[in-house]
Design a protein around this ligand. Structure first.
Ligand code: AMP
Ligand code: MG
Length: 367
């Protein structure tokens, strides 16, 4: 079974091809604005321009013909409306043209599910990207958010700070490099509110330090130490609450070695296992969409792409049925419950353990 996945939630248009849980290709084209932040319409224009060549390149690198694809997955959200529309339109065009099932994938769930590639089976995910900052895990038959930012995403905060410090987008990697040369810790607001975090006050304080003429390396060092400690704290609390013994990093900021070190240290001190996917599977990418779409497809989740205004929630009717398939060798992700305690399957057709429920369901689920 071969699946093609399209990602276009924000600045990145990407296409990946997956066969039986193995990633054959993952082509990523990131929009870099000439100046300022990312405007949704400009990102969408970029995606429209590169979509055909990125999809073509992904097929070429995978050594797969369009006619060999069994289903098409795409990022359904959350994301920027105009950018999402480009990916959804490209996916739907392919699905209609080739009479294939279409599989709408929750972007955040894809960041969690792709953790299987590196061996994570039932992790707490610290998802840290440009627009998103969330602690997510599978609990009581649902993917749930246990903590999140109350204002901006952590990557967004780093990029905003970088812009004021004349560091080009994306700012995170250069801030990481500068932080290694930091010598002095400057106190910044430590903003943890229960299971949530907030970054705008820290950003204002860091910008004040910049205006005051503090050494840029020291500000970057202090920024990283503060925000990564906050993120590590809420992740650890979620692990304790859920009694989970795996932690997974996802999102572009997960590439940061200092964050990896902090989360790994805390995980190991708790006797838990730490996982981080390779860099190209941390950032927004089409391979994780194709990978998650395959899990969903095997569980019988998908939609018929026509008619557009009356899409069936199930896979009945033409074109082709994405009927339940045997699971991948490393699935299910979550252990089955004892037969005496049945509960509804998860969005990817899996069943989960039943620790005490907290956290709200991740919206929207993959249905
Ligand atoms: P994503 O939205 O998941 O594609 O990730 C993009 C975000 O990751 C941007 O905000 C980048 O600044 C950030 N980022 C990428 N590499 C690093 C790094 N090494 N350290 C911190 N942030 C990073
Ligand atoms: Mg992402």
């Amino acid at each position: 079974m071969i699946l093609l996945g399209i990602e276009s939630t924000a600045h990145t248009f990407s296409c990946g091809v997956v066969k039986e849980g193995e990633i054959l290709s993952n082509v990523i084209d990131m929009y870099r604005p000439p100046e300022g932040g990312i405007h949704p319409r400009e990102a969408a224009e970029h995606h429209r321009e590169v979509a055909a060549s990125v999809i073509g390149e992904a097929l070429k690198r995978a050594g797969v013909k369009l006619s060999e694809i069994d289903a098409v997955g795409y990022s359904k959200g959350p994301g920027l409306g105009p950018a999402l529309r480009v990916g959804a339109t490209a996916a739907r065009t392919l699905a209609v043209k080739l009479s294939l099932p279409l599989i709408p994938v929750n972007h955040c769930v894809a960041h969690l599910e792709v953790g299987r590639i590196v061996g994570a089976k039932d992790p707490v995910l610290l998802y840290v990207s440009g627009g998103n900052t969330q602690v997510i895990s599978f609990s009581e038959g649902r993917y749930r958010i246990f903590g999140e930012t109350q204002d901006i995403g952590v990557g967004n905060m780093l990029d905003k700070f970088a812009r004021e410090a004349s560091i080009p987008f994306p700012g995170g990697p250069e801030i990481e490099r500068l932080a290694e040369e930091g010598r002095r810790y400057i106190e910044l607001p430590y903003s943890v509110k229960g299971m949530d975090v907030a970054f705008s006050g820290i950003l204002t304080a860091a910008l004040t330090c910049l205006k005051r003429g503090e050494r840029l390396e020291d500000i970057c060092f202090s920024l990283q130490e503060t925000i990564f400690a906050m993120l590590t704290e809420v992740t650890e609390r979620a692990m304790a609450h859920l009694k989970k013994s795996e932690v997974l990093l996802g999102g572009g900021v997960a590439r940061n070695r200092r964050l990896q070190e902090m989360v790994r240290t805390r995980a190991e001190e708790r006797g838990a296992t730490f996982f981080v996917p390779p860099p190209d599977l941390c950032v927004d990418n089409g391979a994780m969409i194709a990978y998650t779409a395959e899990l969903m497809y095997r569980a019988g989740i998908g939609v018929s792409p026509e008619p557009a205004d009356r899409r069936a929630p199930s896979c009945e009717g033409p074109p082709r049925l994405p009927s339940p398939r045997p699971p991948l060798h490393n699935a299910p992700h979550h252990p089955s419950p004892p037969p005496s305690r049945p509960h509804p399957p998860g969005p990817c057709g899996t069943s989960g353990p039943r620790p005490p429920a907290r956290g709200r369901p991740l919206s929207p689920p993959c249905t």
